[in-house]
Design a protein. Structure first.
Length: 201
């Protein structure tokens, strides 16, 4: 069982969507992740939203002209995504065993984005397998972008993965380090409790 399932019971889709809807009502910027991705690849690029949840990031990228596919294990989250954007492809699958070919999806994505603390919320011991699966979904030269918390102030669960560990998983999967930022607004990383990392296949 993933830490996400332990935390939510796999039934939190509507509550999660309502929380972000309330935040949007305060005029807070809800699209930093999509805006960051748009600085890395032009419209028309193929994007895999790994751990897409209710689809907030992917729906915005699709609106900006990207060719998107979303993958998540939580059926309650995907139910919200499908209701919000029924014309987009939403796939229920475990990222640790995700095989694009098995669901007739080409494994040649220009960019894979894993936002929303995906890695700290995985099942214990599957982090390396997930990085490997996501790397395999990229075309040569494609980018893996992930953002996650590193301390209790930025996570709903105890910290479980460090940046050196994540970088080692990326290296083992054949990815090279490109850059690291403190926020989705591309602020320089200064050793704080949240990091956005970019690696290239």
């Amino acid at each position: 069982m993933s830490r996400w399932e332990e935390l939510t019971g796999g039934t939190s889709g509507e509550d999660y969507a309502a929380r972000f809807s309330a935040l949007a009502g305060t005029r807070r910027d809800m699209h930093g992740e999509a805006r960051f991705c748009a600085t890395l690849m032009p419209p028309g690029a193929r994007v895999l939203d790994a751990g897409c949840g209710t689809g907030r990031v992917m729906i915005r990228l699709a609106e900006l002209g990207y060719d998107c596919v979303g993958v998540d294990l939580d059926a309650s989250m995907l139910a919200v995504a499908r209701k919000e954007a029924p014309g987009l492809p939403w796939i229920q699958a475990d990222l640790a065993t995700f095989d694009p070919g098995a669901v007739n999806v080409a494994a040649d994505f220009d960019l894979v984005v894993a936002a929303g603390n995906i890695f700290p919320l995985l099942a214990t011991g599957t982090e390396g397998a997930v990085v490997s699966r996501l790397a395999a979904a990229l075309r040569p030269g494609g980018l893996l972008v992930s953002g996650f918390g590193l301390d209790e102030a930025h996570l709903p669960v105890p910290p479980s993965i460090t940046l050196p560990e994540y970088d080692a998983y990326c290296t083992a999967a054949g990815l090279s380090f490109v850059g690291r930022f403190a926020t989705w607004d591309a602020d320089p990383y200064d050793g704080g409790g949240y990091a956005v990392s970019v690696h290239r296949r």
